[in-house]
Design a protein around this ligand. Sequence first.
Ligand SMILES: Cc1cc2nc3c(=O)[nH]c(=O)nc-3n(C[C@H](O)[C@H](O)[C@H](O)COP(=O)(O)OP(=O)(O)OC[C@H]3O[C@@H](n4cnc5c(N)ncnc54)[C@H](O)[C@@H]3O)c2cc1C
Length: 307
Amino acid sequence: MGRLDNIEGIERGKALGPLTTFGMGGPADYYYRVTDVMKIPALLEACAADGLPYVLLGWGSNMVFSDKGFRGLVIHNLAKHIERDGELVVADSGTLLSQIIQFSLKSGLTGMEKLIGVPGTIGGAVRGNAGAFGLEIRHIFEKALIYDSETGVREVDADYLRFDYRHSRVKDSRELVLKVWLKLSPGDTEAGVAEVRKIIASRAGKHPTGKSAGSFFKNPSGNSVGVGLSAGLLIDQCGFKGTHRGGAFISEKHGNFLMNDGSATMADVLELSHEIQQAVQQKFSINLQREVALVGEHGYLDDAPVK
Ligand SMILES: Cc1cc2nc3c(=O)[nH]c(=O)nc-3n(C[C@H](O)[C@H](O)[C@H](O)COP(=O)(O)OP(=O)(O)OC[C@H]3O[C@@H](n4cnc5c(N)ncnc54)[C@H](O)[C@@H]3O)c2cc1C
């Protein structure tokens, strides 16, 4: 018996597939639903004492678990407290972007509407500097409360997080985002609601439906606003649209959407994604980097450069 076994609310053998938009994932040895972000440090201490790896799961829209599952603790972040503080919105890191947009428009604040339709939590969005239609998290970010086992809980600003295209320092350091302050502005909320409707319609036309984790690779041009090289176009030009490897396939609608037909394994995902990286490297001398986090049985799988 380890320390994790003694924590009330811990579940054993939880199936991870249904908790992600990719829909793949065997059982987690340990699983805990967090509704108070301040409980996360104690869970990580218990993991360290038991010598087990951990993963923080938000909405699961940018992460793919192995079909063999995870031999550690999955902490499911369902902490969703949200409030207004002047022109700031303060949200627990498990709050969905859609919930924050709805809350801010109801409280007379605008500025985040372009992110409607980006699935996921604000914690996951800060980690990857999520963005759409030219707006990225960094444009509205004021500060965050983060945690790591060496420095504990502390407040950090945008300079500390070193935001970049689909990147922040948290991606490398694995510090965890607990709470986020976003700066919005009082504005025309009716126009905001109209923009939300327009964006939802526009996204519905562009994105494939089905099990995916969104764009699988980052755009080599370092942006998502249609300027320069898009990963989807490169993959398309290498002839991968519609290509299947086992249960993993590339959408006919969007070259950068690697999908799961319901039977995909991690081996299928790795085979198809490596084949794509090799083809793009050979044809265009470009090393495509994964945007999606792949989690194997014992932790994150590295994105090794393709030779
Ligand atoms: C259909 C579809 C469309 C998408 N469109 C877009 C888009 O337009 N723009 C865009 O940027 N992205 C897009 N994505 C990707 C995804 O929505 C974003 O990456 C999102 O920010 C992930 O948030 P999440 O809560 O789902 O993170 P998860 O998938 O749960 O986690 C992703 C990674 O972040 C880590 N993480 C989660 N929460 C925290 C936290 N609080 N602190 C530290 N690390 C954390 C996890 O451990 C994991 O490594 C799309 C995905 C799908 C499926």
